[in-house]
Ligand binder design. Structure first.
Ligand code: HEM
Length: 497
């Protein structure tokens, strides 16, 4: 009945995709889970870009794809269209991780300021860790084989966890197996239990089930135990004027505490879980997609390799610089195109209306409604991109042509991976625009540069890309797919490891 009432309310305001009537509507909302991407795209074009309601497992979402609607959604104040309330409702974080997870958000300004201001300084340790991780994780799998078949997602999940955490907690902990399992497993645990709690457990029982879940997995306690020695050491160093405090996320988080106060170890460990939560699965999924694109279209390997060889010393990663990597515009373009066609899902930037909101065309959104962008429909819109559904790894670098001598021009910024607009939503937009995108872009470009210099790749069936997997409106690169890796024998440092 609740669903039918909502359907009626939605119908009154906006066009709705699918059937009317309670049972047909419910079956439609279940059916939409199995074909969310195409159903949303069809609806977007069917309603000619106007706002419409879409139902998914009994949940009504108002979807936007037209530029003005997307901009207004992005810029709506948090106390009207709330990202935090939407995340809380969809993932049930208060129950699964505890209130501290979402209540204290001081890691966001730390990412915006400290991480972004230190990109130059953290570049050498990042490259160093990528080099070590490839050697430990990829080369050991290849061994003496000519071509070795490697499961991409779990392998790069380990590499990216290590590389990212080198910058979060330093070289000792980022190589600790227990720490890495916790940091990368945490996101999967939270993302899989949230919807179970939301859809299968009655509201009154959620606190109880959440408590049982928390004590079973005890993510925060385990993180705290691993971080305590480091935190104690950093506290000691803070009071020692002659010693160097490591330049990493843990130190920045500790420095962010108010004057004369210190965040508790519980608070710091929760922040570290949160940073891993936002950083790891997004980068891992994107990079795995990029590998599938590269291995299935190997013509790009030589194009990217040639560019990287021109800009970076292929034999010695210690000479690499962030500035030289920035000149690899084809690399940037290839990754940006990957994000355009293989993002995190069909519906992005969900917001929960916590008070009345009106779009400038007069469409009224009452409290309790979810509003989001139909991101894949935007990214696959032929009106915005030529042959929008085709992968063109050099799409954006060719748009940057002519601006490379004057890299600060607006045109040059516009086509970089880290730029955003109403037609490119990979990193969100407005007040919640991803603050970690500069780091993510730098990390993925380093990984890709290292990869094309040291290895050849191909898919098991020539030219066939492992298909994306869809779970309702969210997507993932094929989780069990393998790609063939070959170490380039003519390349000295690949065989030296
Ligand atoms: C390829 C990698 C990444 C992708 C595709 C990505 C995507 C996004 C998107 C779409 C949002 C906006 C969500 C919304 O508006 O609802 C977001 C927010 C955020 N991202 Fe990323 N992200 C990536 C990597 C990272 C990394 C590496 C970090 C941290 C180092 C990070 C930190 C954050 C944070 C803290 C927010 C929330 C910002 C806020 O609420 O103001 N992200 N990200």
């Amino acid at each position: 009945l609740k669903l039918n009432n909502r359907a009626r309310r939605a119908k009154r305001y906006l066009p709705a995709n699918g059937f009317r009537g309670i049972w047909l509507n419910y079956s439609d909302s279940v059916w939409n889970c199995f074909r969310a991407k195409s159903a949303i795209r069809d609806a977007c074009f069917g309603f000619s870009g106007s706002l419409f309601t879409f139902s998914l497992l009994g949940q009504w979402v108002v979807l936007a794809m037209e530029k003005d609607h997307v901009r207004e959604l992005c810029n709506a104040p948090e106390d009207v269209l709330s990202m935090e309330a939407a995340a809380e409702e969809l993932l049930q974080l208060r129950h699964t991780v505890g209130p501290l997870f979402s209540d204290e958000l001081y890691h966001i300004p730390v990412i915006r300021t400290k991480l972004n201001l230190n990109l130059e300084e953290i570049f050498p340790p990042l490259v160093d860790e990528i080099h070590a991780a490839f050697s430990d994780i990829i080369n050991t799998q290849i061994g003496e084989a000519d071509w070795a078949s490697i499961k991409v997602l779990p392998t790069f999940s380990r590499i990216i966890c290590r590389a990212t955490n080198r910058i979060l907690v330093g070289s000792h902990l980022c190589r600790n197996e227990e720490y890495c399992k916790l940091a990368s497993g945490f996101t999967n645990d939270v993302l899989s239990i949230g919807p179970v709690l939301k859809f299968l457990v009655p509201k009154s029982l959620r606190p109880l089930v959440g408590m049982a879940y928390r004590s079973l997995f005890s993510h925060q306690k385990r993180m705290e135990k691993l971080l305590i020695p480091l935190i104690k050491d950093r506290r000691r160093l803070r009071h020692d004027p002659v010693s160097d405090i490591p330049n990493d996320m843990l130190s920045w988080l500790m420095e962010a505490s108010p004057l004369h106060e210190e965040y508790s170890t519980e608070s710091l460990s929760m922040r570290m879980l949160n940073v891993n939560f936002v950083a790891l699965h997004t980068t891992t999924k994107t990079f795995t997609h990029a590998i599938y694109c590269l291995a299935s279209q190997p013509q790009y390997i030589s194009i990217l390799r040639e560019e990287v060889e021109q800009q970076l010393d292929s034999g010695n990663t210690t000479t690499w610089t962030r500035e030289a990597l920035g000149r690899c515009v084809k690399l940037d373009s290839f990754l940006k195109e990957t994000l355009r066609l293989h993002g995190l899902g069909a519906i992005w930037m969900p917001r929960l209306a916590v008070s009345d909101f009106s779009f400038s065309d007069g469409t009224h959104i009452p409290p309790g409604y979810f509003v989001a962008t139909a991101a894949t429909a935007v990214h696959e819109n032929d009106a915005l991109y030529e042959n929008a559904r085709d992968f063109n790894g050099l799409r954006f670098s060719s748009m940057r042509k002519g601006t490379l001598d004057r890299p600060e021009t607006e045109k040059d910024w516009q086509y970089r991976m880290t730029s955003n607009s109403e037609s490119y939503l990979a990193f969100g937009g407005g007040r919640h625009l991803c603050p970690g995108r500069f780091f993510a872009s730098m990390e993925m470009k380093c990984l890709m540069a290292y990869l094309v210099l040291h290895y050849d790749l191909k898919t098991l069936k020539d030219g066939v890309r492992p298909p994306d997997e869809w779970f309702g409106p969210t997507s993932s690169p094929a989780r069990n797919a393998r790609v063939l890796f070959h170490r380039r024998q003519d390349f000295p440092s690949a065989s030296m490891d």
